[in-house]
Design a protein around this ligand. Structure first.
Ligand code: AMP
Ligand code: ZN
Ligand code: ZN
Length: 407
């Protein structure tokens, strides 16, 4: 018998195809479904049980739930939200860190730099809202990373400028409004972002009562969101996905290293990124010196452009600069004086279970009461594509879609 080894990707997509209810029927002539994707930043995989998040637990039990959603490296907010949107790893889509330098344009990208965040030229790949808009399907984003930029000239039909303190209830009201618009103006895809429990997790740690309290507040909010969605005319064709970008792991003040002490600062032209992942541009002729020092420092992993560990898929991209440095889990690295103490962080190797996120989905497209193993967040794009019945020229997906939606 000839064995046909499945690629990792094919195997993952087969696993994901088990998520869907009545896959044959979805090819019928029904109208296009609706999808709401909700992201809660740094909602770790074990928070629902740990903190008794009853609405979220019930939602996961009634729909489908993955044991965990594995983030990409680095397990940071911007790289992972943009991976969720595009299905590409950071070294492919180009948002390689929360802050980075682009040597080709000579420009810096930073979360807090509005002009950079809104500049479409930083963003590679095609986010799901652009895939939808390009096929005449309206989309809306309430703060998803990348949605404030016109990427290849395409923006969601509805989007908002990021305002960190904008009340959560009013975000939900806006989503209700979008789904209540007349059908010609109504988005089929809505993506909604909440910045907690990231902040509380950093401040207090993932296993602190304060974090539990914020998780339960988010759970009530999610309960209210579900109730509001049930009242919509589109309720019967609405699929809701609840996910997060990464988890949160404890760090310790006595496990902290200063890169600017380990290295001679004259060897380094710039250090970009943040604890626990930095991208270093090294002065010509000093790369061996930098590597020599870093390789002999315990609790660090360093690699040159093109030489990263396979499993991180973070080896080659001009924005990785010359050398990438990663701290061991629970360790911290800084360039200069740390700006403040945190009890926990993320960004570590996704093999660390503390970095794992959540994935749950419920609605007519999904099976009910199904638990599946952990999977990588690069496949969330494919799930959205499938549920929204968007066309793809991807071979594996087109087979799964029975060629009907092949371009
Ligand atoms: P981090 O924990 O460093 O990976 O980043 C989390 C922070 O990113 C959150 O506290 C948010 O305030 C911020 N953030 C998330 N989305 C956006 C956005 N679209 N624009 C600006 N800041 C954002
Ligand atoms: Zn995050
Ligand atoms: Zn964070």
């Amino acid at each position: 018998m000839v064995a046909f080894p499945l690629s990792h990707r094919t195997a993952a997509i087969l696993l994901l195809s088990s998520l869907f209810a009545f896959p044959g029927l979805r090819l019928g002539a029904q109208s296009r479904p609706y999808v709401l994707v909700v992201s809660m930043d740094a909602f770790r995989w074990d928070y629902p049980e740990r903190y008794g998040a009853t609405n979220i637990l019930r939602f996961g039990q009634e729909g489908v739930r993955a044991h965990a959603l594995r983030p990409c490296f680095p397990s940071k907010t911007f790289p992972n939200h943009y991976t969720l949107a595009t299905g590409l790893v950071p070294a492919r889509h180009g948002i390689v860190n929360n802050s980075f330098h682009d040597p080709l344009s000579g420009r810096d990208y930073r979360i807090s730099d509005r002009a950079a965040v809104m500049d479409g030229t930083f963003y590679g790949g095609e986010p799901i809202w652009a895939t939808a808009e390009n096929q005449g399907v309206r989309s809306a984003c309430f703060y998803w990373v990348g949605s404030e930029a016109a990427i290849n000239g395409v923006s969601p039909t509805y989007w908002k400028k990021y305002q960190h303190d904008f009340p959560y209830d009013q975000r939900i009201d806006t989503v209700v409004h979008w789904f209540s618009l007349p059908s010609a103006r109504r988005p089929h895809l809505v993506m909604l972002y909440f910045d907690q429990p990231d902040g509380v997790g950093h401040d207090h740690g993932p296993e602190h009562p304060e974090t539990g309290q914020v998780v339960r507040q988010l759970d009530s909010l999610f309960g209210r969101l579900l109730e509001a969605m049930q009242g919509l005319a589109v309720a019967d064709s609405l699929n809701i996905i609840l996910l997060s970008d990464h988890g949160m792991g404890p760090i310790h003040p006595d496990q902290s290293l200063r890169l600017d002490s380990i290295l001679d600062t004259t060897w380094v032209v710039r250090a970009k990124g943040g604890n626990p992942v930095f991208n270093l541009e090294v002065r010509d002729g000093f790369e061996d010196s930098v590597m020599f020092r870093l390789e002999r420092t315990p609790h660090l992993l360093a690699w040159r452009q093109g030489e990263g560990p396979d499993h991180l898929r973070y080896s080659e991209h001009p924005r990785l600069l010359d050398v990438t440095v990663l701290a061991d889990s629970a360790w911290s690295i800084h360039w200069g004086e740390p700006s403040g103490y945190s009890a926990a962080t993320h960004g570590f190797d996704p093999a660390n279970k503390d970095m794992h996120a959540i994935f749950m989905a419920k609605g007519p497209a999904f099976r009910q009461g199904l638990i599946i193993p952990s999977f990588e967040n690069v496949y969330v794009y494919d799930i959205m594509l499938y549920v929204l019945r968007l066309k793809t020229d991807d071979y594996v997906l087109s087979v799964m879609f029975r060629n009907k939606y092949r371009t």
